[in-house]
Design a protein around this ligand. Structure first.
Ligand code: HEC
Ligand code: HEC
Length: 283
């Protein structure tokens, strides 16, 4: 497109974008910001000392090395041209706007538990962040994992897109905690072991895992293998400042989960997470 037609198209796009942003209420943006924090988006999508969400550092997995793409609102190199439906489809179904499937290194497998309302609040918040022009770096994956098409089968076998369903037999606090942990918090993506096929082994939920060189601890209520001996106060202090009952500071990827995520939640949400984790059966 050249000359005036392009200018008109851009102006129209501007109007549409402005309308989309204007439609978000302050309440929605605040909710979106909270979900952005507990979702840990920046932990993967921002490179060390790089611009916010403009693309991340290498994520080394047994299947190869991934680079989380630019998700700023930049129209050329980010997701600025996406519709709200494109965003919903990515987060719930793990599909790109052109229908191709995403690798589960992007934990949409947990984000799918979020409600549409929350996903749209997150989308509205992301739109308020500065657009950054930065090209995506391709993943480095060996055969056969470099064949994206194979993920259609994987998703069909293993991906459940249904949002979280509250358990009416449990308290609202427990349900809020379960939602945060299973959905945006995606705690199980690290703390639950995976099967040979790379899907989460739900029968051993939160029993700990080996992620590359990193050993991820068991966070069930088992008193020996898990954190069953921690008091509720221990756990909420840990989620706020990352200090363990023995006085050690948390390290590894969990330090970011606390700093960028659980530490930024309102106290009631941290307590809800404590309530849910304390209820996890020992494994
Ligand atoms: C554990 C790392 C990780 C976290 C945490 C993470 N992502 Fe990603 N994300 C990725 C990877 C890797 C990809 C690329 C997947 C692929 O190429 O198949 C990706 C892709 C995406 C895409 C598709 C972009 C495109 O250009 O197609 C969107 C949108 C996205 N992530 C949004 C988010 C949001 C929003 C959050 C926070 C709620 C988030 N991600 C958290 C790793 C992560
Ligand atoms: C990116 C991977 C990752 C994610 C996501 C993650 N964790 Fe962790 N977690 C770790 C690692 C690694 C450790 C060990 C850190 C250490 O010992 O210094 C850890 C440690 C912990 C511990 C301390 C256990 C112990 O015995 O020392 C708790 C509690 C915990 N995580 C809870 C959570 C909760 C709740 C969430 C979700 C909000 C979560 N984690 C999400 C990787 C992760």
């Amino acid at each position: 497109m050249r000359g005036p037609s392009r200018a008109v198209a851009l102006a129209l796009a501007g109007v549409v974008l402005a309308a989309a942003v204007a439609a978000a209420t302050p309440e929605e943006l605040a909710r979106g910001e909270l979900l952005f924090h507990i979702g840990g988006c920046t932990n993967c999508h921002t490179a060390k000392d790089g611009p916010l969400l403009a693309g991340g550092d290498a994520i080394v997995t047994p299947f190869g090395t991934f680079y989380a793409p630019n998700i700023t609102p930049d129209p050329e190199t980010g997701i600025g041209r996406w519709t709200r439906d494109d965003f919903l489809r990515a987060m719930r179904f793990g599909k790109a706007p052109d229908g191709s499937p995403y690798y589960p290194a992007f934990p949409y497998t947990s984000y799918a538990r979020m409600t549409d309302d929350d996903l749209l609040a997150l989308e509205a918040y992301l739109r308020t962040l500065p657009p950054v022009r930065r090209e995506n770096r391709p993943h480095e994956l060996p055969f056969p994992y470099n064949i994206r098409f194979g993920l259609h089968l994987w998703q069909w076998l293993f991906h459940d897109p249904t949002p979280f369903r509250p358990d009416p037999a449990r308290s609202p606090q427990w349900n809020r905690g379960a939602y945060l942990v299973e959905g945006p918090g995606h705690c199980g993506e690290c703390h639950t072991p995976r099967t040979f096929f790379g899907n989460l082994d739900r029968a051993r939920a939160y029993a700990g895992a080996q992620l590359g060189k990193e050993t991820i601890p068991n966070i069930t209520s088992d008193p020996v293998r898990g954190i069953g001996r921690w008091s509720r106060g221990d756990l909420s202090t840990f989620l706020l400042i990352g200090i363990k009952p023995d006085g050690d500071f948390v390290g590894g990827d969990m330090a970011k989960v606390v700093r960028n995520g659980t530490a930024k939640l309102p106290e009631a949400d941290r307590e809800a997470i404590v309530e849910y984790l304390s209820s996890l059966p020992p494994r």
